[in-house]
Design a protein around this ligand. Structure first.
Ligand code: FES
Length: 103
C-alpha cells in the first residue's frame, strides 16, 4: 500500500531551487520548477552525488559530482556518465505541504 509522506512546506523551496528531505524512509530532492514541484531520489544513480546540490537548468538537474544530467520531471538520463534513470515520485501540494506517495 502506498503511504503518503509529507516532505516540506512548499514555501521552503523557492522556484529554481531544490531541497534535500529525509522522510518516510526515503531521501529525496524536492524541486520547484516555475512553481510546480517535482520529487526525485536525492542520490545520483552514478555515484555519491546529491542531486539537491546539483545545478538546475530548466527541467534538467546536473549532478555536481561528474556532471551527469537527469530530466527532473521523468528521471530519465539526459547526459552521461549516468546510465540509470533516477526514481521520481508524483508530488502534490496539500495545504501548502509537498506530499508524495511511497510504496
Ligand atoms: S555521482 Fe552523479 S554523475 Fe557521478
Amino acid at each position: 500500500m502506498p503511504t503518503k509522506v509529507e516532505l516540506c512546506k512548499a514555501e521552503e523551496v523557492a522556484a529554481g531551487t531544490a531541497l534535500r528531505v529525509e522522510a518516510g524512509g526515503v531521501t529525496v530532492a524536492v524541486f520547484n520548477i516555475d512553481g510546480t514541484f517535482y520529487v526525485t531520489d536525492d542520490a545520483c544513480t552514478h555515484g555519491p552525488g546529491s542531486l539537491s546540490e546539483g545545478y538546475i537548468d530548466g527541467d534538467v538537474i546536473e549532478c555536481n559530482f561528474h556532471n551527469g544530467q537527469f530530466d527532473i520531471k521523468t528521471g530519465e538520463v539526459v547526459s552521461p556518465p549516468c546510465m540509470i534513470p533516477v526514481k521520481t515520485y508524483p508530488a502534490t501540494v496539500e495545504n501548502g505541504v509537498v506530499v508524495i506517495e511511497v510504496d
